[in-house]
Design a binder for this molecule. Structure first.
Ligand code: NAG
Ligand code: NAG
Ligand code: NAG
Length: 405
C-alpha cells in the first residue's frame, strides 16, 4: 500500500472519531459498542462482512459497529432516505407525560401505519431474515444492519417514545444555567456531564484478563471509552464486584407471551378496515423480538421517573411555553453543543433548571442513562446473535446470557 493512501486511511480513521461537535451521536456509539462486546465472534465476523464486503478475507478495515451507529441520522434528510425520518420515534395520540401516559391510547399512534421506531425494528429484522434466505441485495442488507443498530438506540431513549412537544425538542429548560431542551438534555448533556466527572480509573485500559469478557478490543480510543468501561465494570459486573444490572440483564431479552386476549374482535375489525391501527402492536412483537413490549416499559420512564418534570405543566413554566399537540416529522439534533459547558451560565427565571438534586441527581444516582445504554446494547446483541451466529456454535443462538459467562 502506498504511503499516501495509508495516510489518507489513517486520516479517515481519525475523522470518524466523534469530535465534541457530535455529542448526539455518542449515545448511539456507546450502545453499538456495548452490543459488539456481547456478539459471538461468528456474529461479529458475519455482520462485519455485510458492512465491509471482503472483511472476512482481510480483516480490514477494522470493524466497529459504532462507526455506523449514527449513519441513520446523517441520511434521514437526504432525498433517498427521507422516508426513514419518521422511523426514529413513535408517539401515541394524546400522550402527554407526566400528566397523561398513553402507549397507545384509544386513538392509537400518530403517523403512518408501521412507520415508526417499533415497526422499523421489526421491519429491519424481517429484511435481514429475508436476506439470509437470499431475497435481498447486499446493499439493502447493509442499510438494514445500520438502521437496526440505530433504531435500537433510539428506542431506548425515552423521549423517542412520546410525541409530546416533538419528543421534548420543544420543551425549553436550562441545564447548569444554560438554555437547552429536554430532548438534547437526554440525547447528549446528561452523558456529556457524566463524561466530565468520570473517575479517572476508567480512563486507562483494563489490563488483558482483568475482565470476565474482553472489552478493550472493541473500544477505539474515543472520548466516551471511560463511560463504557464504567458501565461494563460497575453496571454489568465484568470486574470482580457484582454489577448493578448484572442480575436483571438476563431478563432484558425476554418477551412476554403474546396476550391474544388483549385484542378483541372489535379491534381486529377496526384495524382491518383501517379505522385504527390497533393491531400494529401485535404485528411488531413475537416471542423473541418484541419492540412494542420493550417500548411500553421504556415509555413509562416518561411518566414515572419522571423524564417530564410536572413543573412544566404548572405556573410559571406552563405560561411561557407553547404546548402544541403536533408532532413535527423530525427531531432537531444538537449540533451546537460542543461549547455548551464553556458558555457562561445566565439566569433564566422563566425556564426550569434541571441540573438539580431532584432531577439530574436522581438520574445519575439511579444510573438511569447507563442502564438504558446497557439494555439497548444487550438487546441489539441478542437480535444480531439470533440472526447471524453461525450454526454449529452453541445451540441456542438467541441465548445471550450463555455468551455473557
Ligand atoms: C420495510 O423495509 C423495506 C426495505 O428497506 C422498505 O422497502 C419498506 O418500505 C419498509 N416498510 C415499512 C412499513 O417501513
Ligand atoms: C474505580 O473507582 C471506583 C470508586 O471511585 C470503584 O468503585 C471502582 O471499582 C473502580 N473501578 C476499577 C475498574 O478499578
Ligand atoms: C398554567 O397552569 C395553571 C394552573 O393549573 C392554569 O390555571 C393556567 O391556565 C395554565 N396556563 C396555561 C397557559 O396553560
Amino acid at each position: 500500500m502506498k504511503l499516501s493512501r495509508s495516510l489518507a486511511l489513517l486520516a479517515a480513521t481519525f475523522a470518524s472519531v466523534p469530535s465534541t461537535l457530535a455529542w448526539g451521536s455518542v449515545g448511539h456509539e456507546i450502545v453499538a459498542t456495548i452490543a459488539q462486546v456481547y456478539l459471538h465472534p461468528s456474529t461479529l465476523a458475519n455482520v462485519c462482512e455485510i458492512l465491509h464486503p471482503g472483511y472476512k478475507l482481510q480483516l480490514w478495515p477494522p470493524c466497529h459497529l459504532s462507526r455506523v451507529a449514527s449513519w441513520a441520522d446523517q441520511v434521514k434528510r437526504s432525498p433517498q432516505y427521507r422516508y426513514t425520518s419518521a422511523m426514529h420515534y413513535v408517539g401515541a395520540l394524546g400522550d402527554h407525560p407526566s400528566e397523561t401516559c398513553l402507549f397507545p391510547g384509544a386513538r392509537g399512534w400518530a403517523g403512518k401505519r408501521d412507520v415508526n421506531v417499533l415497526g422499523a425494528v421489526r421491519n429491519m429484522t424481517e429484511v435481514l431474515v429475508g436476506y439470509i434466505d437470499g431475497y435481498y441485495e447486499q446493499s439493502t442488507m447493509e442499510d438494514a444492519v445500520k438502521f437496526l443498530i440505530h433504531y435500537m438506540g433510539d428506542m431506548h431513549m425515552p423521549l423517542h417514545l412520546t410525541g409530546r412537544e416533538r419528543g421534548g425538542n420543544g420543551a425549553r429548560v436550562t441545564f447548569d444555567g444554560r438554555v437547552t431542551n429536554l430532548h438534547s438534555l437526554w440525547d447528549s448533556l446528561l452523558i456529556s456531564k457524566s463524561l466530565r466527572t468520570i473517575p479517572s480509573n476508567y480512563t486507562r485500559r483494563f489490563p488483558h484478563g482483568s475482565t470476565s469478557i474482553e472489552l478493550e478490543p472493541h473500544l477505539r480510543d474515543t472520548i466516551y471509552d471511560p463511560y463504557i468501561r464504567r458501565v461494563m465494570w460497575e453496571g454489568m459486573g465484568v470486574g470482580k464486584a457484582p454489577g448493578r444490572f448484572e442480575a436483571e440483564a438476563f431478563e432484558w431479552l425476554n418477551c412476554p407471551e403474546k396476550a391474544q386476549a388483549d385484542y378483541g374482535l372489535w379491534d381486529a375489525m377496526q384495524s382491518t378496515l383501517g379505522l385504527r391501527a390497533a393491531a400494529d402492536e401485535e404485528r411488531w412483537d413475537d416471542d423473541v423480538l418484541c419492540p412494542f413490549a420493550w417500548g411500553k416499559e421504556l415509555h413509562k420512564l416518561n411518566c414515572d421517573l419522571p423524564v417530564w418534570p410536572a413543573e412544566l405543566d404548572l405556573p410559571p413554566y406552563n405560561e411561557t411555553r407553547i404546548n402544541s399537540g403536533d408532532r413535527d416529522d423530525d427531531y432537531d439534533h444538537d449540533e451546537h453543543l460542543d461549547d455548551f459547558f464553556s458558555r457562561p451560565p445566565r439566569p433564566h427565571p422563566d425556564l426550569l433548571e434541571l441540573d438539580t438534586p431532584e432531577y439530574s441527581g436522581k438520574i445519575y444516582g439511579e444510573w438511569v442513562v447507563e442502564r438504558l445504554m446497557a439494555m439497548a446494547g444487550i438487546r441489539l446483541a441478542g437480535i444480531l446473535n439470533g440472526l447471524f451466529m453461525d450454526a454449529g456454535g452453541p445451540d441456542d443462538a438467541c441465548d445471550l446470557p450463555m455468551i455473557l459467562v
